[in-house]
Design a protein around this ligand. Sequence first.
Ligand code: F0G
Length: 421
Amino acid sequence: MSTSLVCIDCGAEYRPADIWQCECGGLLEVRLDHINISVRELDKRAAARGFPYDSGVWLFKELVHKSIPNKCIVSRWEGNTRLYSHTKTSEYAGIKNLYMKHEGENPTGSFKDRGMTVGVSEAVRIGAKIVCCASTGNTSASLASYAALAGLKAVVFIPSGEIAYGKLAQTIAYGAKVVQVKGNFDDSMRLIQEAASSLKMYILNSVNPWRIEGQKSITFELIQQMKWDSPDWIVLPAGNLGNTAAMGKALSELKEFGLIEKMPRIAAIQSEGAAPFYKLWKSGLHELVRVDNPDTIASAIKIGNPVSWKKAIKAIKMTNGVVEKVSDNQILDAKAMIDSSGIGCEPASAASLAGAKKLRKNGVIKEGQNVVCILTGNILKDPITTVGYHTNELKKIRPAFMNPPIEVDGDIDKIKKALES
Ligand code: F0G
C-alpha cells in the first residue's frame, strides 16, 4: 500500500501521482501509513550503511519515501552533517548548552539537498523530463545539481540581481536554464507556479510535498545524534517556511511513532525587513498578510509571501513554539561569531544564533536549556556580504566584530611593523 497525499485545505486524498498541488489549489501533505521502525534498527543501519542508507536522508527511508524503488533514488550522500558547539558562540548567546547543526555541509552547501534528493527521485519515479523551481539561490543550486545527476532538464526562476554570487555560479555551472526575473522572489514564485503547469515542468519548490518529506531528515538526524534525547529548543531561520513546516511534521511523526518522548519547541527566526510570519504569529491573525517589498541583507530569506505558512503555523502551535525577528546587524554580528569560531555560515543561517541570543535575553529560553541552532548554508555562498562586513562597506550595518585585511607594501620591515601595530 502506498502513502497518500492529502490536501491541507480541503482534505482531498490522492495516491502518489504526478501532482504537486491539490485540484482546489491547496498545499498537499504526505500522510504516512503507520511505520514500524525502532531506534535500535535506525542506529544499526547508521553503523552499517550501504546504499541508500549512506545518505542522511535515505537512512530514514520509511519516514521520507517508503514506497519509492531504490533504482529511482538520486543521491549525493546528503545529510550526515555535524553538530558543533563552541564557547565563543555559547558565550555570545548566553546559552551554555548551545549546539549548531551545520547543514552547509551538504553536497551543494545547503539544507536544500535533503528535500531535493527526495524531490528529484520522485521526478524520476513519475517519469518527469523537466524540473523547475523559483529560488533565492540555494534551492536552485541544489535542483541544478540533482537534475544534472539524474539527466533531467532544470529550469529556475530567480529574482534578477538579488541572489548571492556563489549560488548563481553553482546554478549556472551545474547546467540549469536560469531565468532572471525582473522582480523579487515572490514574483518568481508566482510565475513558476503558472509556468510549471503550462510548460509541463515538475515543480520542486517546497510546495511539492516530497521536498518537505526530505527536509524532515534534518530533525531525524539531529535527534539521532543526540541519542534520541530531544533538545529543549530548535532554532532555525525562516523564509518561505518549508523548513519550519518540515520540522514540525518530523517532530510530530517522531512522537507518533514512539521515537521521542519529549517534544522540543521550535523557534522560527525572520529578518526584520522580511517578517510576515512573525507578524502573523505576534498578532494572532488567521491569514498571512504579505510584505510587498521585503528587504534584508540575508538574501536567502528575503521573502514577503511565504508559500508554506499554513503548514508552518501548525508546526509552531504543535510544538508550543515561537516566532522572533532580528535585524540585519544582529544577523551579521552573529555570523561573525559563528565564522570566527571556525564553523562559518551564510548570512541567513546566522539568524538562528541571533534569534537564540534574543530569546535568551528576553527570558523565553531559560537558563540551562539545550538549544540547537540550524545553520542552513555554507560560508562560501555569499562572500561579497562577508567581505563587505569586515571592510565596513555595507550600507546600514555597523560591524561589531570587523577583521579587515591590511594592505602593506611588499617590504618585510613594513609588514612586520603593520603586524605589530
Ligand atoms: N536559510 C537558507 C540558507 C535558505 O536558503 C533558506 C531558503 C532559508 C534559510 C529559509 O528556509 O524557506 O524553508 O523557510 N531558501 C530558499 C531558496 C527560499 O530558494 O533557496 P525556508
